[in-house]
Write a protein that binds this ligand. Structure first.
Ligand SMILES: *[C@@H]1O[C@H](CO)[C@@H](O)[C@H](O)[C@H]1NC(C)=O
Ligand SMILES: *[C@@H]1O[C@H](CO)[C@@H](O)[C@H](O)[C@H]1NC(C)=O
Ligand SMILES: *[C@@H]1O[C@H](CO)[C@@H](O)[C@H](O)[C@H]1NC(C)=O
Ligand SMILES: *[C@@H]1O[C@H](CO)[C@@H](O)[C@H](O)[C@H]1NC(C)=O
Ligand SMILES: *[C@@H]1O[C@H](CO)[C@@H](O)[C@H](O)[C@H]1NC(C)=O
Ligand SMILES: *[C@@H]1O[C@H](CO)[C@@H](O)[C@H](O)[C@H]1NC(C)=O
Ligand SMILES: *[C@@H]1O[C@H](CO)[C@@H](O)[C@H](O)[C@H]1NC(C)=O
Ligand SMILES: *[C@@H]1O[C@H](CO)[C@@H](O)[C@H](O)[C@H]1NC(C)=O
Ligand SMILES: *[C@@H]1O[C@H](CO)[C@@H](O)[C@H](O)[C@H]1NC(C)=O
Ligand SMILES: *[C@@H]1O[C@H](CO)[C@@H](O)[C@H](O)[C@H]1NC(C)=O
Ligand SMILES: *[C@@H]1O[C@H](CO)[C@@H](O)[C@H](O)[C@H]1NC(C)=O
Length: 817
């Protein structure tokens, strides 16, 4: 079947390429150079489209700012067409990560950073992986709900925020298992507060003569975890208020107050003048630990302890060399502690008894900003700037911007930095601190733009250009004498290219104009989806293979959803060493798909003395039902090729094909490589039919040609399901019908002689009483059973888990009526 574009040409063409910012009709300003600051990074097109630019009289902070944007992009992983993007912690997959290679520990930091990308769906997709999808929110302590709430302060999308409320409540309830209601606090082992080898572990090991406890640490009531929970509860309460759920709001305010009160009562140490840990086992009197840890500085960023008696003495320790102050600090444990180690005692990655850790530094920067902005803490702008500068200096290696896992507090060297693993570690914020701290864009939910920079007194200028904010692009210029930007002296604010404020003061509160908020993930969201991505791994569908592959590369890496162009860490397919003049990379879909373009992240290392470069020529093949293999596009020469960028090649027809084959011709004496192959199509918001073969399968696989399956053109279904196998459908849209039970049909076949059971879980919320459905024998024929699904506005996850003693069940589709 061939469909030529005739109507909606522009909309369709847009949907056939990588998603561009949803607000791309909004114009910004052009005061700054948008090319030079990013010239040394790959993926420049993405950066130019998505990042706010800055201009400040501090080359160190400015350089690290652009570096951190380039590395954030390395951690955006495309998962599936229904689930969209996540952010990873490590650049390569790690074994202990949870579904889709997510780790929740730093998700709050990642959301804070990604909320400043102009395309709102990156942060939105990632939030929904936790609020509705398979992300594990009790693997590590986290403040995801708080971050999701504060993200709405940036994009203004309260509709999206309130639509996540059920998930927020579920995520809160999940932590009940470590809540001590007698004490009013949460406890957990420090290792799952992301901090192994920290003070409680050392103290407990000494007291119990059990050195094994040093790494995980004993169950401990910590200021970090409990502050996260207070912040999460307040975010639930505020979101509930906006949604008009006043009882829920009152309940969560009470929960937040209860935990906060218990923090002051049990975790504030009057003799150490600091929030400290309390070990739980064998400690009925809740004796506090002796020794200050950096986690004692986290509560302030969440608005806890911003009164002089708490914040003044706490902040002083940051500037005391016996406290946390070192050249590359702050340290994770105070220097004066007997357990402090400036040098790690082993090669194990993670020691939080001294090492300087970007994760904690990011929290501390936010605490310092909060302290500075509260009237009672005596933290001056220069102190905030001092730590932002130390942080930028720390984030270097061999004279270039760099971030790894942990840094020696006194040495110009990373202490946890392993090859092909720690590079560009995404476990902290930096740019959020530059924007909201240094440059003073203080996000709010209302229509008032609040500007309150925390800059040194001798700065005479700064600019923040085209920051996405409440559906606008915002530019803030400060020019003491008017010579830097030629716009006159003082503070200037531009919204969508129009000046809306000029004033003599650094501080301002400015009414914003109305805007159309479209943050992505909205009910009518039309963000294109990539149908080539394979989150499950090599061997599952879509399949990737090639006529030749260099031994250290893998065709699967061209569809694994990770996209970066470094030589090392590596993530690509190449034909390096191939005897062929041309090689073909082929992706096979589980069922025929309709598309009209392909997007290639072309790898080229010739500028790095390698021998892989853009192809000389390129041919794209697909199939159709009648003609077999057909040529869809040919570029000879491929002289539009942009190395280490996404290149979209449009066909002059739309094709329905079960594969796409990209035949690439080498340039003389060179080879070709692809970091990622993507096929972008508009999301299907019309049929309500979701195929099992497109879903995320656990211990289940795609099979073909069952006798009666006719939902997919090639007879592809998920076959032979048995106990514990699951099919996770995502991107299930409510089709504008709003919250509530929706009729649906599940198409299945049961070739056994007894009924199987399917457990249906919508949006990871197991609380529904009637969530099982019986699948009686069908003699192997497909039939449908009715279901009721409690769908939420926007994108939903529906997990179908089969319980059947034998492998007799096949699933074809879920049809939401
Ligand atoms: C989440 O992670 C924790 C810790 O690894 C584990 O105990 C729990 O079973 C996981 N939850 C889910 C839903 O996978
Ligand atoms: C020592 O600590 C480890 C880690 O917490 C624990 O699993 C083990 O049971 C402890 N051993 C004894 C004898 O208490
Ligand atoms: C509020 O808390 C009360 C007491 O725990 C509970 O009975 C009620 O169901 C809660 N209401 C909501 C909307 O959460
Ligand atoms: C880097 O790690 C990836 C993922 O584990 C692996 O496939 C690749 O071979 C490694 N590269 C090098 C150069 O070791
Ligand atoms: C501000 O003063 C500090 C300390 O004298 C100096 O190091 C810095 O370069 C000055 N910055 C500017 C922008 O003048
Ligand atoms: C979505 O589309 C429907 C139908 O066109 C419209 O009624 C509704 O207002 C739209 N919703 C949003 C949030 O744009
Ligand atoms: C090289 O290109 C030719 C012409 O399209 C094609 O027939 C052949 O299969 C290609 N070779 C490989 C190894 O892909
Ligand atoms: C490439 O090789 C040349 C000559 O050996 C060397 O001068 C240059 O630094 C190398 N460039 C890179 C990026 O490695
Ligand atoms: C398939 O074959 C028919 C009949 O020869 C032709 O009209 C059509 O254009 C072909 N399709 C493609 C994609 O080449
Ligand atoms: C198979 O196709 C027939 C005819 O189009 C249709 O009536 C039937 O409902 C389909 N069955 C399934 C399971 O989709
Ligand atoms: C819920 O109950 C209805 C009516 O008994 C039944 O048809 C349905 O299959 C059950 N399960 C689900 C998940 O809706």
């Amino acid at each position: 079947m061939i469909l030529f574009f005739c109507l909606l040409y522009a909309a369709v063409a847009l949907a056939q390429q990588p998603p561009t910012p949803t607000d791309d009709t909004v114009l910004g300003t052009d005061f700054l150079d948008h090319d030079s600051p990013i010239s040394s990074y790959f993926g420049k097109e993405f950066l130019k489209q998505n990042i706010p630019y800055i201009d400040i009289p501090d080359a160190n902070i400015e350089e690290v700012y652009y570096y951190r944007w380039s590395t954030l992009v390395d951690h955006l992983r495309y998962t599936t067409a229904g689930s969209g993007y996540i952010l990873t912690e490590f650049i390569q997959p790690v074994g202990y990560a949870e579904e889709y290679n997510t780790i929740d520990a730093a998700a709050g930091h990642q959301i804070d950073e990604a909320r400043w990308l102009r395309s709102g769906f990156y942060a939105g997709d990632y939030i929904q992986i936790y609020t509705r999808g398979p992300g594990n929110t009790t693997q590590y302590t986290n403040w995801i709900t708080d971050a999701a709430y504060r993200r709405a302060h940036v994009n203004g999308d309260v509709e999206f925020l309130t639509s996540q409320l059920d998930g927020f409540v579920r995520m809160w309830d999940e932590w009940d298992f470590v809540f001590d209601s007698d004490v009013g606090l949460y406890y957990y082992t420090p290792v799952y507060d992301a901090q192994e080898y920290s003070l409680p572990g050392y103290v407990e090991a000494a007291e119990t003569s059990n050195s094994s406890v040093q790494l995980p640490g004993p169950n401990t009531y910590r200021p970090s975890h409990n502050a996260y929970m207070v912040a999460n509860a307040r975010a639930v309460a505020e979101t509930a208020k906006i949604a008009g759920h006043n009882t829920l709001a009152a309940n969560f305010t009470l929960l937040a107050d209860t935990v906060e009160t218990a923090m002051y009562e049990h975790l504030w140490s009057a003799d150490q003048n600091f929030f400290v840990d309390v070990i739980r086992p064998g400690n009925p009197n809740l004796a506090q630990l002796q020794g200050r840890e950096e986690v004692g500085l986290f509560p302030f960023r969440f608005g806890i302890g911003l009164e002089e008696e708490y914040c003044a003495p706490s902040s002083q320790e940051l500037f005391n060399p016996d406290g946390f102050y070192t050249e590359y600090g702050p340290t994770t444990l105070e220097v004066r502690s007997q357990y402090y180690d400036a040098i790690k005692p082993s090669s194990y990655c993670c020691y939080w008894n001294g090492q300087s850790w970007p994760f904690s530094t990011a929290h501390v920067l936010k605490s310092l900003a909060a302290m500075h902005r509260s009237d009672s803490c005596s933290v001056v702008a220069e102190q905030y700037y001092q730590y932002l500068s130390i942080y930028a200096t720390t984030q270097h290696k061999d004279g270039k911007p760099y971030v790894a896992e942990s840094h020696y507090p006194d040495l110009d060297s990373w202490s946890a930095d392993s090859f092909n693993h720690s590079e560009h570690y995404d476990h902290s914020t930096n740019n959020d601190d530059v924007i909201t701290g240094l440059l003073g864009l203080v996000p709010r939910l209302d229509g008032i733009l609040q500007i309150s920079p925390i800059i040194p007194s001798n700065w005479t200028y700064f600019a923040l250009e085209n920051a996405p904010y409440h559906g606008h692009l915002l530019t803030i210029l400060y020019d003491l004498d008017g010579t830097r930007y030629g716009e006159g002296s003082g503070l200037h604010v531009f919204v969508n290219g129009q000046r809306i404020h000029t004033g003599p003061d650094l501080q301002a509160e400015v009414q914003l104009p109305e805007s159309n908020i479209e943050g992505g993930n909205g009910i009518n969201d039309t963000v294109p989806v990539n149908i080539a991505a394979n989150v499950l791994g090599s061997g599952a569908y879509p399949l990737a293979d090639a006529t030749f592959t260099f031994t250290l590369d893998d065709p699967y890496k061209s569809i694994d959803g990770y996209l970066f162009y470094y030589s090392e860490p590596d993530n690509r397919w190449t034909n390096y060493g191939s005897p062929n003049a041309n090689d073909t990379l082929k992706i096979t879909f589980p069922r025929p798909r309709t598309f009209s373009s392909v997007t290639l992240g072309i790898y080229s290392d010739v500028a790095r003395n390698g021998t892989v470069d853009c192809p000389q020529a390129i041919e794209i093949y697909g199939s159709d039902q009648t003609n077999g293999s057909v040529l869809l596009a040919k570029l000879d020469p491929f002289d539009t090729c942009m190395p280490n960028e996404l290149n979209t090649i449009f066909f002059d027809q739309t094709v329905e094909s079960s594969f796409i084959a990209v035949n690439m011709y080498n340039k003389a004496d060179l080879f070709v490589g692809v970091c990622e192959l993507q096929v972008w199509v508009p999301p299907d918001r019309t049929t309500g039919v979701y195929y099992a073969v497109d879903a995320v399968l656990t211990s289940a696989e795609v099979v073909f040609s069952p006798t009666e399956a006719n939902a997919t053109a090639n007879g592809a279904v998920v076959g032979y399901l048995e106990d514990g196998n699951s099919v996770l459908f995502s991107g299930i849209y409510d089709h504008g019908k709003g919250t509530g039970p929706r009729e649906a049909l599940l198409s299945y076949a049961n070739s056994g002689d007894s009924a199987a059971v399917a457990e249906i879980v919508v949006n990871s919320s197991p609380g529904v009483a009637n969530n099982t459905v019986s699948l009686p024998p069908t003699g192997g024929s497909f039939t449908t059973v009715p279901l009721q699904l409690d769908l939420l506005p926007g994108s939903n996850f529906v997990n179908v888990m089969v319980q059947s003693g034998y492998d007799a069940v096949d699933l074809e589709f879920l049809h939401v009526i």
